[in-house]
Design a protein around this ligand. Structure first.
Ligand SMILES: Cc1cc2nc3c(=O)[nH]c(=O)nc-3n(C[C@H](O)[C@H](O)[C@H](O)COP(=O)(O)OP(=O)(O)OC[C@H]3O[C@@H](n4cnc5c(N)ncnc54)[C@H](O)[C@@H]3O)c2cc1C
Length: 496
């Protein structure tokens, strides 16, 4: 029987598939579309997502394809007003943050890298297979899938709906989206080839009358992503088309010598902000846009989906090899509050940007788009049942927090990085000073005695620090090991 069936091969489904495949889980990924999507859509890979990519072994490939620190050039019609890299983008470079800045790369390129990685891990996407119905009993889930030649019935221990905003899995599981449709926040979007504009920067026009127009050069392609806000008073906006976009460009920008050509995608995008109030119905889970749909403010949608998948993958794998299924409850407990905060944040950013654009203040609007929060690096699960908080005062890095990277010198005198120890599907125990613990199965133990790592983790005495497979601190001290024990095969005695 299939262990995990993933519906949908967008960034969320592909991340989950890679994570499960590298853990040896029998996973199938069914995708409704017969061909890979080429429309650019998301174009920001946030720093925390790059850390996930590092763990999955694809960060270098992504960095090789994308661009960081893309400047923004603001115009008043054809006149250049300013050009700068926004100072607030990303976090300040520091050893704890190996990827301080967002990477600009369009979603299809990101998906292609994940698909290649899945292939390397022995998995694959099955295209032209659409989930139609989902039913479950105590032991498994039964899914009917439309194929190119008929109907296939698949039995799986668990099903994860990564099938986007119109999720069939969500509907079939009886889960519902609740939220707000922002009828007056509408955008024309598209991919265009543009003659006569530099590709080293983003080009932005803002005015109180027209709103925002931007052309963003998509790295690794010859295409720009076109975005133009539709004035709130426009009751019946025209159908999107390259001709319309050329007219909008002429009216709002009118830069001589610039020509726009069709590159295959145009869309009228209305902002909906909504989410489910449960991430799970029995053996069926939701992740990504199937569970929460954001405004584009802050570039969070795709990144939040990747983080969902990364949170769920190791838990599903642990339960499939014998851990107490109660571990799966922590998925909703940890990720639902994050989705709620991210939704509120991106909605607030959208309003601020639209207000600033209404004032014609381009760089002010831009400043609202990214900061420490949007990097994803501050996401934490302090209230989770998997976070073991000791009785002492809160430490600078404590249970539920992201485990920072740190550079150190290993016992052979070589330069090393903590992220090299964390990379892979295992738990990591950092043993400071003389504390001795035996490694066991999924628990890797590393004796560390390095001042930089002590400082990074706020360690003064001999101490143990337990890091989860998804790079969060489970806790400190012997007692934290109970968190790891709870994720082990309940029928086996593998405790160190
Ligand atoms: C113009 C635009 C700009 C955006 N900018 C950003 C940004 O800068 N940063 C950011 O983080 N996010 C951004 N987003 C949001 C981002 O694109 C989504 O959040 C992201 O695609 C969600 O990924 P997903 O894998 O959850 O869902 P999707 O990408 O929607 O993937 C779902 C997949 O499931 C498949 N599917 C659907 N139904 C079925 C079925 N019944 N059976 C099998 N397969 C099915 C679909 O074909 C699709 O391949 C933007 C979106 C748009 C439209």
């Amino acid at each position: 029987m299939t262990e995990v069936l993933i519906a949908g091969a967008g960034p969320t489904g592909l991340t989950l598939a890679c994570d499960l495949a590298r853990r040896g889980i029998a996973v199938r990924v069914v995708e409704k579309a017969a061909r890979h999507a080429t429309a650019s859509r998301a174009k920001t890979i946030q720093p925390r997502t790059l850390e996930v990519a590092d763990d999955l072994g694809v960060a270098e490939r992504l960095l090789g394809l994308g661009a960081v620190h893309v400047p923004t050039r603001h115009y008043d019609r054809a006149r250049v007003v300013s050009e700068a890299v926004e100072a607030a983008v990303g976090v300040d470079p520091a050893p704890g943050f190996p990827y301080p800045a967002p990477l600009w790369l369009a979603q299809p390129q990101f998906e292609a890298v994940l698909r290649d990685r899945l292939g390397e891990l022995g998995g694959r996407v099955e295209p032209d297979r659409e989930v139609l119905t989902v039913g479950q009993d105590a032991d498994a889930v039964t899914v009917t899938v439309r194929t190119a030649t008929g109907i296939e019935e698949i039995r799986a221990r668990y099903v994860v709906g990564c099938d986007g905003g119109r999720s069939v899995v969500r509907r079939e599981a009886g889960l519902e989206l609740h939220g707000t449709r922002y009828g007056r926040h509408r955008w024309y979007l598209g991919d265009l080839r543009v003659d006569g504009l530099d590709r080293h920067c983003q080009h932005v026009w803002m005015s109180p009358e027209d709103g925002i127009l931007s052309l963003f050069p998509l790295p690794g392609t010859d295409v720009f992503q076109f975005q133009a806000s539709i004035p709130a008073g426009d009751e019946n906006p025209a159908e999107p088309s390259p001709e319309l976009y050329r007219r909008i460009f002429a009216e709002r920008a009118g830069v001589p010598g610039v020509e726009l050509h069709d590159a295959g995608w145009t869309s009228l995008y209305q902002i909906n902000v909504c989410m489910v109030d449960r991430y799970r119905a029995g053996r069926v889970f939701l992740a990504g846009d199937a569970a929460h749909i954001h405004s584009p403010g802050g570039g969070q949608g795709m990144n939040t989906g990747v983080q969902d998948a990364y949170n769920l993958g190791w838990k599903l794998a642990a339960v499939l090899v014998g851990a107490d299924p109660a571990l799966l409850d922590s998925y909703e407990q940890e990720r639902l509050p994050v989705a709620r905060v991210v939704l509120d944040d991106s909605t607030a950013r959208m309003h601020m940007v639209m207000r600033a654009a209404g004032d014609g203040d381009g760089s002010h609007a831009q400043r609202h788009l990214t900061d420490d929060f949007t990097t994803g690096l501050t996401i934490a699960y302090p209230e989770s049942a998997l976070s073991h908080r000791g009785s002492g005062p809160r430490r600078r890095v404590d249970a539920g927090d992201r485990a920072p990277d740190a550079r150190y010198t290993d016992s052979a005198g070589r330069p090393a990085r903590l992220f090299d120890l964390f990379r892979g599907p295992q738990w990591t125990l950092l043993a400071f000073g003389g504390t001795e613990v035996r490694p066991a199965g999924s628990l890797h133990v590393h004796a560390i005695d390095d001042e930089q790592v002590r400082r990074a983790y706020d360690v003064t005495d001999d101490e143990l620090i337990l890091v989860r497979p998804d790079g969060y601190l489970a806790g400190r001290g012997e007692a934290a090991l109970d968190v790891w024990r709870r994720t082990q095969d309940v029928s086996a005695a593998t405790h160190p």
